[in-house]
Write a protein that binds this ligand. Sequence first.
Ligand code: NAD
Length: 486
Amino acid sequence: MRKIENFIAGEYVAAASGQRFDKRSPLDNRVIASIAEAGRGEVDAAVKAARGALNGEWGGLTTEQRVELLYGVANEITRRFDDFVEAEMADTGQPAHVQKHVFIPRGAANFKVFADVIKNVASESFQMATPDGRGALNYSMRVPKGVVGVICPWNAPFMLMTWKVGPALACGNTVVVKPSEESPQTAALLGEVMNAVGIPKGVYNVVHGFGPDSAGEFLTQHPGINAITFTGETRTGAAIMKAASEGMRDVSFELGGKNAGIVFADADFDAAVDGIFRSAFLNSGQVCLGTERVYVERPIFERFVQALKVKAEAVKFGRPDDHNANYGPLISQEHRDKVLSYYRKAVEEGATVVTGGGVPEMPGELTAGAWVQPTIWTGLPDNASVVRDEIFGPCCHIRPFDSENEVVALANDNVYGLSTTIWTNDLARAHRMAARVEVGITWINSWFLRDLRTPFGGSKQSGIGREGGVHSLEFYTETRNVCVKL
Ligand code: NAD
């Protein structure tokens, strides 16, 4: 069993209270790690360490020096690739191929890409007239916000954490990270990387614990935090926003979604089935950008439902390192209870269960894991809770539509507005739809393709702000003007 400690000022430290909590494997519910739970004292020490680094060595580095160090972080993650893959597999139970080909490489890229972005940022300058005729020169500079609180979820822990830590450090901030209680291991491991590369102590700190009345809340309430970046549920975002209002701290939020997948009859049928399958079931449906509402044009509706059913029934459950398996469990028993409660609700609300709806039979100790079947429903009214709420599991409801206007109205009829995926071979229609669907990210004939330089974020209750490429600078820096009398 692993022992995971807080990482403060370059040292791994237990909680002064001695308080610890357990992390259980999603595969079989065994306790796999014991984690030090940070109290107010550890959070305060982490914020002080971050402030000290900002006012000390880190704050004095040039952009070029920071960039070199961040390249070093990316390289060291790549060198320790297997350790990160193994830690992430242990926490999430998700298949090795997802970690190896998507999540961990993206984590390393998050340091490299934002180092490149910051290297190429220009600033503006203006010469102005003055009454004495000598004039003045104004120039602007981007300065770090200060100490940034980073609060992370469990569904793609390393990728989503580094997506924030990378740009925050590239911009010259220091961070205190609170990983999810369900996925503490890669955040802890990153401390070793920071030390190995020579990132000054206090630049990167990690405090472990839960949300309310625990490390999450202690961090967001701490007056020494200048800005808070958060990925997680919308209602958690609302609580954090309240905490951030004390002291007028800026927030960047990446929140929940109930994303629509829209398939027109003229689409490449097989590509659309594959794309919707991936978007509904990758990572066992625990992807904020995943599709839980599928709208299919009526002429191909029945055929589409049958094709998706075949694919869903072909998944192979198993351990992450089982080469014959391609499908993992949910993150925890608690999350499985939530997902299964929606599986029951769907039936109560009158759904036709096309496939799934329960728990798969697993061998041996895996019976104790958080497994659920990929599930497809049809026949629900548009106001059913299963069609409206984010479930965050491997499931989707499929409904037929007859016109472009109808499907735009259906797609937009939700409080969330994170992403959509549209499948059609009519280019003009694709662009019309992209302009009308109320989301932050639209994919046409694709899903989950991400260039890290592009803006990422949600509309409506799916988020506040955009991160990615130069857009991250809007949040992680402030612009200061300097006026020089000539
Ligand atoms: P969550 O909101 O339950 O928890 C996220 C983090 O917030 C955890 O570290 C948790 O401990 C902490 N937290 C909880 N309450 C807090 C409080 N009051 N104060 C401070 N911190 C608190 O979310 P989750 O279950 O870990 O993740 C799943 C959710 O994340 C889904 O809603 C999903 O859509 C969303 N998500 C969004 C994106 C995006 O980019 N928009 C990406 C991934 C996940």
